[in-house]
Structure formats: C-alpha cells, structure tokens
Design a binder for this molecule. Structure first.
Ligand SMILES: [Zn+2]
Ligand SMILES: [Zn+2]
Length: 396
C-alpha cells in the first residue's frame, strides 16, 4: 500500500482541502493527508490526520487536541494496527481534584458542582509522536447527543488558546465532523463573540462537512446564553446538570450522593476546628418549618418559568414565549432544587418518593425522575420538590 506523504510537502493545502471528494478518499489514496485550516495556527481534522502527524511529524503542527472515546494513545493502534506512536505522560487531571500542583490554570472546581462524576478523568497531557516533539491533550468524549460537552469546554478552549501562541494546533476527533467541530465552534464563539450559528457557519467556510450532533448544538446554545463561559451558578447550567443526572438514571446507572449537592444543614469542619455554615452566611435558606433544620440554600434552587410547559433541555427556547401572565395567578406552591445529600430516599433507586426532613422526618416534598408539574403548570424533569408550605425562608 502506498504511503501517504507528509502534508507539509503540499503547497496547495487550503484549496485542495476544500474539495469534499478529496477528503472522503484520502485514507485510501497515496495523496496528501492534511487537516483543514480554520484560523491562523488552528486546524480541524480526523483521526487519519492526527495519526499522520503523530507518526511522521509536521513542520507546522506542534500541538494536538484529541477528542476520542479513549484518551489512550493506544487508541491509534487499535484503529490501525500498523501504528505505534511513542508517548510520555506529562499529567492526568481528574474532575474535582487539583492537578498535583503543576500549573494553577486548571480549576475544575468542586466535583459536586459539575455534571461529571468526581474522579472522572478530565484530560491527559503528554508528549507524543516522533521524538516526542508534539504536545497532545486528550479528552474522553463520545459522539453521543447525551454526552456532556460543556464540562470539557474550559480545558479544551484554554489548550487551544495556549497552543496557538506557541505554535499550531490540530483539533481532531474520529471523523472530524461532530466532536472536534463542536469544540472549535465553541472556541470561535468565545474568541470572536459569535452566536453558535454564526460560529458554525464560519467553521463551514473552512470545512464544509462539519456537523456537531444535536446534543452538542444544544449545549453550544447554552454556552452562548451563559455569556461564552460555563457558569456553574446559572440556572441554565443547573438545569443541564439535572438533565445529565436524569439521563444517567434513565440508563440504569447507579445514582449516588457524590453527584448530589452538599447538605446545607450540616456544618463543615474547617482546619481550625471551628464549625461554620458551609455556603456563605447571609444567603437565603429554606428551613424545615417543624424543626428549623436548613434543607436548601437559594443557590440549590433550580428556577423555572411559571406557567410554561417545559423540558429541562429545551428550557432556554421557551423563555421568551410565555403566553401566561407571570404574576399573581401563577404563583408556585413549590420550589424545585438540585438533589442534595440529605435526600437519602433518592439514592435507593426508586423512580419517585417522598422527601422527608433529615432531622425530624417531617414530609417536605416529593421527588420524581419522570418529572412533577408545579402548581403554575410547568413540568420540571427530573423534579426534587419542596412544598413552600413546609419550609420557611430566612437567612443562614
Ligand atoms: Zn411553578
Ligand atoms: Zn424537620
């Protein structure tokens, strides 16, 4: 079989890559293999493009961002057994855990505030390829609509940004169509302040085959509405986190309290041994009416728009389309919160059940993974509901 020659020997890189036929066949031809140029020092490609550069080096590409189902370099050998690519690990970074002190730029934060499980691998960083000259970051993302893209955006966009300052970066997934395109679209949105549609359209000018899956498009829309950042305190993100958790439940995965919010009723130990309230004094808190135990903080509340039939994932689409008067008549009789660690009934795996106070066992509300309709008419799915008549609001 004829070997592909290095893309760097081709002087017609950009023009030739605009011919779809060429792209479709390039793995089977002896023709030039090379990624598409998106912006200065930024390329998009598929696994074949990455393999070529990792094996033979590149005069231009210095960094590779691999978005594959596995971060392991052996993925390339599994894909094509003739490939064996040297690599040397720099570091691995897990969700909710500091990265060992090297480089303070990685702030993955409190695992409980991310949709990803604590201890899940966020990315790996290594030197790879010929003479270990390339820097490769790999993130584990599958091309599925239910896949969490948002929680990887910060680390991916930072990597692209730094790589472009030091050299040129290839962002690739398997086909170069969905995952890599979604990441680059987010990058263009953030750096050029573009809507998700405009950013994707701009990317299509460079590579017309790009097509992020619908779940990724929804998340890019959320990224736009959060102001081109992943804001863990926003209602948009909280709804997304609930949706991800609901998907886990529906797939039959075990739901454990590590994915729940901290119990605001428990004091936290600080290093001095003093007991303090965990989450900022003076913030509004909901207490059990009977025993006064704190059961939720304002930050645990996931807002909804009164009177609108809604779906957590499509919430943003309907925000401006209410036909209801949002004032008095649609006053909600419940608040909906993220699942919290005192809700032990939720961990038992039932589809629905009562939520009882962790201290006095008074009934406070109900949960249902399939959703609950608020008195205002809105459907919240999944729902962790506290009746306003059973709780008082006050400051912590
Ligand atoms: Zn309501
Ligand atoms: Zn109570």
């Amino acid at each position: 079989m004829a070997r592909a020659i290095s893309y760097s020997s081709c002087s017609h890189r950009i023009h030739r890559r605009n011919i779809p036929h060429f792209q479709a066949n390039h793995n089977h031809h002896s023709c030039v293999v090379m990624p598409y140029l998106v912006r200065e020092n930024l390329f998009i490609g598929n696994i074949g493009d990455a393999a070529e550069i990792l094996q033979n080096g590149s005069s231009e590409i210095t960094h590779i961002l691999s978005i594959l189902s596995s971060v392991s370099i052996s993925f390339f050998t599994e894909w094509r057994s003739s490939l064996s690519i040297p690599s040397k690990e720099i570091k691995k970074v897990y969700v909710g855990r500091p990265d060992g002190g090297s480089g303070s730029e990685d702030d993955s934060g409190d695992g409980s505030k991310s949709s990803l499980s604590p201890e899940k691998l966020l990315y790996s960083l290594e030197n790879a390829g010929k003479d270990l000259k390339l820097v490769r970051m790999a993130v584990p993302i599958r091309d599925m609509e239910s896949e969490d893209l948002l929680d990887y955006l910060d680390v991916c966009l930072d990597f692209i940004d730094r790589s472009r300052k030091e050299g040129s970066v290839l962002v690739h997934c398997f086909a170069g169509v969905s995952r890599s395109a979604a990441i680059i679209t987010a990058y263009l949105m953030k750096t050029e302040q573009l809507s998700s549609e405009d950013a994707l359209e701009s990317l299509r000018q460079s590579c017309e085959s790009v097509c992020p899956n619908d779940g990724f498009l929804e998340q890019l829309k959320m990224f736009e509405e959060m102001g081109f950042k992943v804001d863990h305190t926003s209602t948009i993100y909280k709804r997304f986190r609930l949706k991800v958790l609901g998907d886990c439940y529906n797939r039959g995965e075990k739901i454990d309290s590590s994915k729940f919010g901290a119990d605001p009723g428990l004091p936290v130990e600080v290093s001095s041994g003093m007991e303090v309230s965990p989450n900022g004094r003076g913030t509004p808190a909901y207490r059990c009416k009977k025993c006064r135990r704190v059961v939720a903080l304002q930050e645990n509340v996931v807002d909804h728009i009164p009177g609108e039939g809604e779906n957590s994932f499509e919430w943003h689409k309907r925000r401006s389309g209410s036909r209801f008067n949002k004032s008095d008549e649609s006053e909600c009789s419940s608040i909906f919160v993220e699942p919290l660690r005192w809700m032990t009934a939720v961990e038992e795996g039932a589809l629905e059940g009562k939520l009882s106070c962790a201290h006095c066992e008074a009934r406070l509300g109900y949960f249902n993974w399939s959703g609950i309709q608020c008195s205002c008419g809105s459907w919240i799915t999944p729902a962790f509901q506290l009746h306003k008549s059973r709780v008082d609001i006050s400051s912590v």
